[in-house]
Design a protein around this ligand. Structure first.
Ligand code: ZN
Length: 494
């Protein structure tokens, strides 16, 4: 066995332990009865500890160093770099802390579900307090210079910092608030027809048709339902989407398209890299750029619905009399709302900004966990001009903090920005993309993304991938220009 093969073999073992956790987590969110919660947290905790111990083991370090000496190709060098990055992060953390966090995030998930359902923040607060404490210990173990938060966000977006996020949000806040305000002064389109009376089974069939049409393979994936939609994968050839069937038909449609965007990225990695750190999306920001591309740029475009509105009307005769322009305006209605996952493209980043500010303050300790609901509500009032009517529709709405995902939210905004930066180039390369979408020909679009982004897996670090794929570092100009132009036209702004 060559040193590279020996390293691969060790990471196949690690992948098996990690995938077992992922399968259990998928099951917990999609199918597991409440009664399974306590056994499942214990099992997940044990697997997390075993994974951590194997990764941190001296012999894994030796395998990495031997492979480093033998690596010559771009692929092998990247494999060594990725394995080393994972191990370097792991050896900072004591195994006990890893296990404690895994147990707490599993228990915390169940507590969060209950607290949200019963609208009782007090139920969830103790879990959140313990989680913040663990995350502070984690950040300190990784080490940081300017801010504790830097150590945490780097887990999701290599190289990202709190200061960088502040700069990004600083550039978005004014233009987005102004645009939302201008839109608020214009008449709103009718969208009542998007609510109510849509049978879940028909929603399932329609969304499966939709994601299959854009290129998601059901031979290498499936779609189930979850309270909080997500995408996970156990192999390049086994990618799981989730969605939810609600009163508002857009919830399933755009939830499915969003998760399918993540899924297409995962299915696009070279099969030869399967089960190795080389496979899969390179960072959460780049990942989110793909979900937002398929959900918003494509899925909320007029040409897309030129193709699919007749099929939607076939599935739901209730919508038979809705015209294309009315439908297009309705699915792009901009209105400050309480729920992030259902927010429009213009106000979405303001929801993320609120979470970023609050989690920074929670981590640095300047905001006490008990004061979170009030701080959340006040910030929503300031940024979006509306005050949550309950904690369930306020600070309890997202799953992230229950799982210890601190530093994760800003990657959503990075993804929004990047999706437009990538699309500008794709559109100029492919020519008439509107015609492609209207004809339901998604292969050239998927092919372009496959070539520039998906086929690269995690080969190239995110900053460099963005530079290579778009010719410039991540910026907000394409996104802001797209928002102005799209919503200026839809709302007849000056
Ligand atoms: Zn996403």
């Amino acid at each position: 066995m060559s040193p590279i093969e020996a390293l691969q073999s060790r990471f196949y073992d690690l992948n098996a332990l990690g995938t077992a956790q992922a399968v259990m987590d998928w099951d917990q969110q999609c199918y597991m009865p409440m009664g399974g919660a306590s056994a499942r947290s214990a099992q997940g905790g044990i697997l997390a500890r075993m994974h951590h111990e194997l990764l941190a083991e001296e012999s894994t370090g030796e395998l990495i160093e031997r492979a480093a000496e033998a690596a010559e190709s771009e692929e092998d060098l990247a494999l060594v770099r990725l394995c080393r990055r994972r191990r370097d992060k792991a050896i900072c953390l004591p195994a006990a802390l890893v296990e404690e966090k895994a147990v707490l995030s599993s228990e915390g998930h169940e507590t969060w579900v209950r607290a949200r359902r019963e609208n009782r923040y007090a139920l969830f607060a103790p879990s959140l307090r313990r989680m913040m404490d663990i995350k502070r210990q984690e950040a300190d173990a990784f080490g940081w210079t300017d801010h504790r938060y830097d150590a945490l966000i780097d887990l999701y977006e290599e190289g990202a910092t709190k200061a960088g996020c502040e700069e990004m949000f600083g550039g978005l806040r004014g233009p987005l608030s102004d645009l939302a305000k201008e839109i608020g002064e214009r008449p709103q389109p009718e969208d009542g027809f998007l609510h109510g009376g849509f049978a879940p089974a028909a929603q399932a069939a329609f969304t499966e048709m939709l994601v299959q049409s854009i290129g998601f393979s059901f031979e290498r994936g499936r779609q189930d339902t979850a309270a909080h939609p997500f995408c996970t994968n156990f192999s390049v050839a086994d990618v799981r989407l989730t969605t939810r069937y609600q009163d508002y038909i857009g919830s399933a449609i755009f939830g499915s398209l969003h998760e399918a965007g993540h899924g297409l990225y995962e299915q696009g990695s070279p099969m030869a890299w399967d089960r190795l750190p080389l496979a899969g999306g390179v960072s959460l920001g780049v990942h989110e750029s793909q979900s937002r591309t398929w959900e918003n740029i494509i899925g909320r475009s007029r040409p897309f619905w030129e193709r699919f509105l007749p099929r939607l009307q076939e599935a739901f005769p209730l919508l038979a009399s809705v015209g294309l322009d009315d439908f297009h305006r309705a699915i792009n209605r901009v209105q400050p709302s309480l729920i992030r996952v259902e927010a429009d493209e213009v106000t979405y980043n303001l929801h993320v900004l609120a979470r970023f500010e609050l989690e920074c303050r929670l981590i640095e300790g300047s905001l006490d966990v008990d004061d979170l609901p009030e701080a959340w509500n006040a910030l929503y009032e300031e940024l979006l001009g509306i005050r949550p009517d309950s904690d369930a529709n306020g600070c309890l709405q997202d799953v992230h903090w229950s799982a210890g995902l601190i530093g994760y939210f800003p990657t959503y905004s990075m993804g929004n920005l990047l999706s437009h930066q990538i699309w500008s180039l794709l559109a100029s390369d492919l020519g008439d993309v509107d015609a492609l979408m209207a004809e339901g020909r998604f292969e050239p679009i998927l092919g372009w993304l496959q070539d520039r982004i998906y086929s690269k897996g995690s080969l190239i670090p995110p900053g460099e991938l963005i530079l290579r794929a778009t010719g410039k570092p991540l910026g907000s100009e394409d996104y802001l220009a797209a928002m102005r132009s799209k919503y200026g036209a839809l709302y007849g702004l000056a």
